[in-house]
Design a protein around this ligand. Structure first.
Ligand code: ADP
Length: 516
């Protein structure tokens, strides 16, 4: 029998095919995004792919042959902290199954970095808990609101009843009228606050700014809260800057803020307390502080007292019908004025201080005020015809009052078509145009104005809630001279009205850098 040295060709093919197949599988395992490890029964690492080496922050060659060192149990999924030298803490999920390695039982572990998923899960859990909290606060608020609105009903009903029985007694009639009036006012205040909160959250409150002496606002706020102070025997000290301190504010709104702070100081201070109100002009700011020596606020509640419907548990008994919306409103009203309202307290039982900081714009009526730029304007009288186009009726009306106060002739319309009609009659020098108009939007109105010989050279000012570069570019393309973002800076508008006029070509020449 002949014995040949050459192997059976079919056996060679099989072993080559096996080698190729192993290389393929090794390649798949090596390139797998999950870390893959094989660990022997006595805890030695027998195999580690590149992803496992990356996750465990050790070269694969160093891992293989070394003790694995982590608890590893077949059939279990565990989380392990990854030993990464830099960056935020990361976590991997490890799943373990039984396998075989070179004929012996072993464990196959796959590792996956789940840090991002876990972070999202944590964020989601946090959001759910916040939403549940907000939902609970809203439920509590509705229960409290129902209670507060029902409270005045009993005395009103009793008053009606008494008037029916003793309506011919003028003294009783007068007394009962007072009861009804007082209770209705109390309900109206609650409803007004609620409406204000909802308007503010929808951006629907427009300020009516006017030059106002600080003194008169403080005096009215003190007057409104006087009965609260008297009832609890508090001492109230007020210090104000000089007579001439006049600020540009919406006097009713600032008074509302001060009334809230003074009423809170009275409510959350035990009888016979001392409350101080200091107003100062510091640098470019008006600073008003309301300080009490009452129950104080714990550090963790300091910022939350401004949250909607939030009341500190310990102070509920003293809130006297409050709903936890006063400070939310106050902070937002101060913010609308371009200012900040903050709270500080050295802790429970150690009093509180609320500070309002407002930018101080010099009012024309200040005795030493500079002549306004309007008086220096080019057409002698300085007065311009200004057309305001805004579908927000309250916003347009308050702006009209201010523009009139500056000495200009002002007309208001609430729609684009109306604006184009009025231009022929009113012949404005300046058009202040809201972009978000219903129907024909501000861009279309601007293009029509520029196209008409009657209004080609008006000074065209865009008024909008959007201030991104692309919004400014869009305004410029539509033919606007200026782009003001709401709430608009009134001193800038005043300046524009007094100095500004349309320069043909200026719009095309202006580039993003100097175009406001
Ligand atoms: P209300 O007084 O109607 O509850 P606010 O929004 O005005 O609502 O105040 C929210 C919470 O802030 C109050 O319930 C109270 O717990 C706390 N707070 C406000 N002012 C003071 C203060 N001067 N001293 C201590 N706690 C205060």
């Amino acid at each position: 029998m002949e014995c040949s040295e050459t192997r059976d060709p079919s056996q060679k093919d099989v072993s080559e095919a096996l080698r190729a197949s192993e290389a393929r599988f090794r390649n798949i395992i090596e390139r797998n995004a999950d870390g893959i490890l094989v660990v022997s029964g006595d805890g030695n690492t027998l195999f580690a792919n590149q992803a496992a080496a990356n996750l465990l922050n050790r070269p694969a060659a160093e891992l293989v042959g070394s003790y694995f060192g982590l608890p590893i149990i077949a059939g279990e999924t565990t989380e392990i902290d990854l030993p990464l030298p830099r960056g935020p803490h990361r976590v991997a999920e490890m799943r373990v199954v039984e396998t075989e390695w070179e004929g012996k039982p072993a464990l196959l572990a796959s590792l996956r970095d789940v840090s991002d998923r876990k972070r999202l899960e944590d964020e989601l859990r946090q959001k759910i808990s916040e939403l549940a909290q907000a939902d609970r606060r809203k439920d509590e608020f509705l229960a409290m609101l129902a209670h507060e609105l029902r409270n005045p009903l009993a005395p009103i009903l009793s008053a009606v009843h008494l008037m029916r029985l003793k309506g011919d007694d003028p003294e009783i009639r007068a007394q009962m009228r007072d009861v009804v009036e007082e209770q209705v006012r109390c309900m109206a205040r609650l409803v007004d606050d609620l409406l204000d909160v909802s308007r503010i959250t929808r951006g629907k409150i427009a300020l009516r700014l006017e030059p106002t002496p600080i003194k008169s606002i403080v005096r009215r706020a003190v007057e409104t809260t006087r009965s609260l102070y008297q009832a609890k025997g508090h001492e109230l000290r007020v210090s104000l800057p000089g007579e001439s301190a006049v600020i540009w504010v919406d006097p009713l709104r600032l008074e509302q803020v001060l009334v809230n702070l003074l009423a809170n100081a009275a409510k959350y201070t035990d009888s016979g307390g001392r409350i101080e109100l200091h107003a100062n002009l510091v640098g470019g700011e008006v600073v008003i502080r309301v300080r009490d020596d009452g129950i104080g606020i714990s550090p963790e509640m300091l910022d939350h007292v401004f949250d909607l419907f939030t009341q500190v548990d310990d102070s509920l008994a003293r809130s006297q019908g409050g709903l936890g919306i006063g400070l939310t409103l106050a902070r937002n009203l101060v913010r609308l004025h371009g200012g900040v309202l903050s709270a500080s307290s050295e802790g429970l039982g150690r009093g509180s201080e609320f500070t309002i900081r407002l930018p101080h714009r010099r009012a024309e009526s200040e005795p030493d005020a500079q002549p306004s730029s309007r008086q220096k304007s080019q057409n002698g009288s300085g007065s311009r015809r200004v057309l305001i186009v805004d579908d927000n009726v309250a916003g347009a009306e308050s702006l009209r009052l201010i523009v009139k106060l500056w000495g200009h002739d002002c007309r208001v319309v609430h729609g684009g078509i109306e604006a184009l009609e009025v231009v022929g009659v009113f012949r404005p020098d300046v058009v202040v145009l809201d972009i978000g108009l219903p129907g024909m939007d501000g861009y279309a109105v601007a293009r029509s104005l520029r196209a008409s010989p009657l209004s080609r050279s008006v000074l065209l000012i865009a008024m909008t809630g959007y201030g991104r570069d692309e919004d400014k570019a869009r305004s410029r393309e539509a033919g606007f001279d200026r782009h003001l973002v709401k709430p608009i800076d009134l001193s800038e508008l005043e300046d524009l009205l007094s100095r500004g006029y349309h320069e043909p070509g200026a719009v095309d020449r202006a580039d993003d850098a100097d175009w406001p």
